[in-house]
Structures are given as structure tokens and as C-alpha cells.
Design a protein around this ligand. Structure first.
Ligand code: ADP
Length: 255
């Protein structure tokens, strides 16, 4: 409680009257704490790839001086590049949130094949080779949407499936038509999410406490995805069963 006021004294120097306001700042403190936590997580998340880039550059510098034609050079360049990509993704997430908060998320819609967009945007998972991606359903369905933004949602679902479901190497992406909507779902076979956590998943900064296991992230991906889908006039949801896995899905209107 924050108190503010003034004390009025009587002639014998005893308080006669106290006039003021009491303000409950519990919610304010909670938001402030959330912001402070976010800043420390975001700084830490940015520092990890930055340290790796710095180390790669220093090693590269040394290596070029010693042996300019070393076959290890591409390896360090790749390592630096992938850390730079990670930093770019983090900064993009932060910029996206600012745009959403300012109501400035503009959509540029075009027609494109859903299956083609999915194949292209999930190439990095195929290259990494940790998970098998199965694309099922109606692969001929066309979307009329902001391709880059929908790509971002699919990549977020798929990256989460890779990150939070390492125990199975299978991910199924399904495309289907439901009345006048297109539905795209990403199913993993990981640990699943406790039912009481599900209503909070799309909140800004929300992350499920994974008791001990440290996964990197800012808790922004699903929040940003939900906003993108909402702006397209669609819906987003998740079904999950402990021990069986999770299916994240979204719908957007057909043309
Ligand atoms: P981040 O991955 O950066 O934490 P997200 O908004 O993408 O942010 O996800 C929010 C939280 O939802 C994650 O921290 C994780 O706990 C949970 N989550 C998301 N996808 C999955 C999944 N496929 N399986 C289990 N948990 C998930």
C-alpha cells in the first residue's frame, strides 16, 4: 500500500487531522516485477549468442593468421552465423511485441500453397536432422494470408515441438479444410502440458515451469502467434495430454 497525505497539527502540537489517500499498488508491483524479470531473461538470452559470436570471431582471427587456408574456417563461420540468426530471432520477437502493443501489425496478404510454405519454412528442421517432419492432409489448399506472418506461426509451433518434445523425433503437420476455414496443426509426441497451464500459454511472457530443465526462450512466441492469427480473423488453440504430446493448431478463413 502506498500512502500519501498531510498531517494537520492543533495548537498543542498534537495531530488534529490526517488527510490523504491510500493506494493499493499490488498489481503495479506485480507488473514491475514481471518487467524486471523479462529484462533479465531477455538480456541473458541475447548474451548467450553474443558470447558465442565473439568466441567464433576470436578463433577465426587466430586461425586466419596461423593458417589462412585452414579447412576449419567454414565451421567457425557457420557457428557465428547460427548465433547471429538466433540473435536476430530474439530481436525480431521484441520488435514484434512493440508493434503489437502499438497496434501496428500490418498484414500483406497474397495467395500461396499452404504445403509449399510449410515445406520451405521448416527446412531448417530437416537440415538439423533431429526430427522427422510428416506433412499430411490437403496439400493442394491455397491460403490468402500474410505469408511471412503465417510462416512465423508455423515455425514457432515447429520450433517449440523440437525444443519441448526432444523425447520423440516425430512431428506431424496437417492441413485441412473445415467449412470456410483452413486448419493447420502441428503435433508432437513429447511430455505434454499440464491442463492447468494451458489457459495461460498464449499470455505475454508466460513460460511453463519445467522444474529443473532450462529451455531458452522469452515466452513471446505463442503470444505473437495468437495476435497474428487473431489479425487474420482466425483462431488458435492447443490440445495436450500428459505423456502423449501436444497439438498446436490455428485456423484462418479461406479466401
Ligand atoms: P518460449 O518457447 O520462448 O518460452 P512460447 O510462447 O513459444 O515461448 O511458449 C510458451 C511456453 O509454452 C513455453 O515456455 C513452453 O513451456 C510451452 N510450450 C510451447 N510449446 C510446447 C510444446 N510443443 N510442448 C510443451 N510445452 C510447450
Amino acid at each position: 500500500i502506498r500512502a500519501q497525505g498531510k498531517v494537520y497539527y492543533g495548537s498543542i502540537n498534537k495531530p488534529l487531522r490526517i488527510l490523504g489517500t491510500l493506494l493499493d499498488i499490488t498489481e503495479f508491483k506485480h507488473l514491475q516485477q514481471q518487467k524486471d524479470d523479462f529484462i533479465s531473461v531477455a538480456s541473458h538470452e541475447l548474451k548467450t549468442p553474443m558470447t558465442s559470436i565473439k568466441a567464433s570471431m576470436q578463433l577465426l582471427d587466430r586461425l586466419i593468421k596461423v593458417d589462412p587456408s585452414s579447412d576449419k574456417i567454414p565451421q567457425f563461420i557457420n557457428r557465428g552465423n547460427s548465433s547471429l540468426n538466433k540473435m536476430q530471432q530474439l530481436v525480431d520477437s521484441l520488435l514484434n511485441v512493440s508493434k503489437i502493443t502499438a497496434g501496428q501489425l500490418t498484414l500483406y496478404k497474397t495467395n500461396f500453397l499452404a504445403s509449399q510454405m510449410i515445406s520451405e519454412c521448416c527446412d531448417h528442421v530437416r537440415l538439423a536432422g533431429t526430427h522427422e517432419l510428416e506433412l499430411t492432409g490437403d496439400t493442394e489448399l491455397e491460403l490468402y494470408a500474410d505469408r511471412q506472418r503465417i510462416d512465423q506461426v508455423v515455425v514457432n509451433f515447429v520450433n517449440n515441438a523440437v525444443k519441448y518434445a526432444p523425447e520423440s523425433n516425430r512431428i506431424i503437420i496437417n492441413i485441412s479444410k473445415q467449412d470456410d476455414m483452413v486448419k493447420i496443426s502441428v503435433q508432437d509426441f513429447g511430455k505434454g502440458i499440464p491442463a492447468e497451464k494451458i489457459p495461460h500459454l498464449f499470455e505475454r511472457y508466460y513460460r511453463v515451469d519445467t522444474s529443473g530443465i532450462q529451455y531458452s526462450g522469452l515466452g513471446l512466441g505463442l503470444y505473437i502467434s495468437a495476435e497474428i492469427i487473431d489479425r487474420h480473423g482466425g483462431q488458435m488453440g492447443v490440445e495436450s495430454e500428459i505423456g502423449k504430446g501436444s497439438t498446436f493448431w490455428f485456423t484462418i478463413p479461406l479466401n
